[in-house]
Design a protein around this ligand. Structure first.
Ligand code: 5MM
Length: 340
């Protein structure tokens, strides 16, 4: 495969394909495993991720790349094959989460800042050697309007860090996935989500320009424009699609090859239906696909529940969600296919 950043980025958003976010840090995967009564050990984490990467048909047809955690990029399958080789063997691209997580932003209660820039140049060089051709950095922007969250300082410092990360990735021959996640957890309405996401994306592209990042060699991983979960409001896929696309047309340059959404706690089918509605109102200047963690993995995790005899059922559940989202990335999903 070509090593040019723009070619890697184009392959990450190839037609009908999207990204599997399997980069849960140790604390997050423990939470996921607790929910299915599985002890989180290096071996159980390996077994679970191995079953995903060995879902060959789904990987080949619908998964363009996999975001890994530091532990996973170094792990070997039970038969000794490096997990990275399983991913490459399925025609998919290995990627790596390089941020060190969101920490409280000093002086701004309720805001966070994502850390991890120190030593990043050296870590990227090592990850390149280990096979990573793209990376991910997630900035977390919460919404709590009564408390003045997010502050302009939070948006400014998080987007500045994203731009510094992106520039270092490109220097290392690695495509940066730029993820400014405006959380869907709050009590806000869809228009507040629109306004905060607009402020965030506007500042993000100013920072990326200032840092001389080549947009053709980047992928944006944003939230959809949607009401917060605690608002109790459910927006129709058509409203989510209309507002999300209107916002991107105002803020995301056409030079960006692709936008790969996070699912953010939406249900599996909601995340698929919303992505489908977004693509159904195209054409758009960028590819629009998925980079889902929970919305791709909740079903296979439940089906697996830590038992070797459940591996085929878990792989079938993963293949189903990958196919549904692959169709949604083309605007060809229908509700009736969910039960087929
Ligand atoms: C898979 O979850 C990722 C890792 O999160 P932690 O660092 O907290 O363990 C997360 O960054 C994920 O890639 C994105 O948020 C998208 O995942 P969802 O589940 O929102 O689609």
């Amino acid at each position: 495969m070509s090593e040019r950043l723009e070619d890697i980025a184009a392959a990450m958003v190839a037609d009908g394909k999207g990204i599997l976010a399997a980069d849960e840090s140790s604390g997050t995967i423990k939470k996921r495993f607790d929910a299915i009564n599985v002890e989180s050990t290096a071996d159980s984490r390996r077994d679970y991720r191995e079953l995903l990467f060995r879902s060959t048909e789904a990987m080949k047809k619908h998964i363009s790349g996999v975001i890994l955690y530091d532990e996973t990029i170094r792990q070997k399958a039970a038969d000794g094959t490096p997990l990275v080789d399983l991913i490459k063997g399925a025609g998919s691209i290995p990627g790596i989460k390089v941020d060190a997580g969101a920490k409280p932003l000093a002086g701004f209660p309720g805001d966070t800042i994502t850390e991890g820039l120190d030593g990043l140049r050296e870590r990227l060089a090592e990850y390149y050697e280990l096979g990573a051709r793209f990376a991910k950095w997630r900035a977390v922007i919460d919404i709590d309007t009564a408390k003045g969250v997010p502050s302009a300082t939070s948006i400014g410092s998080n987007t500045h860090a994203l731009a510094r990360y992106a520039a270092l990735c490109q220097e290392a021959g690695i495509v940066p996935i730029v993820e400014p996640e405006v959380l869907m957890d709050g009590a806000h309405d869809i228009d507040t989500c629109y306004d905060v996401t607009k402020a965030t994306l506007t500042k993000l592209y100013l920072e990326l320009f200032a840092m001389k990042v080549k947009l053709e060699g980047t992928i944006l991983k944003p939230n959809m424009v949607i009401a917060g979960k605690k608002s109790g409001k459910k927006n129709s896929p058509e409203e989510v699609a209309e507002k999300t696309i209107r916002l991107f047309r105002e803020t995301v340059p056409a030079a960006v090859p692709g936008i790969a959404f996070l699912s953010g706690g939406q249900s599996d089918e909601e995340a698929t239906a919303n992505l489908n509605a977004i693509n159904a109102i195209g054409p758009h200047p960028w590819k629009l696909t998925f980079s889902y963690g929970r919305a791709l993995q909740a079903a296979p995790q439940k089906a697996w529940s830590g038992k070797a005899e459940n591996v085929p059922a878990a792989q079938a559940a993963f293949a189903h969600r990958a196919r549904m989202n692959g169709l949604a990335a083309l605007g060809q999903w229908q509700q009736s296919l969910e039960n087929a």
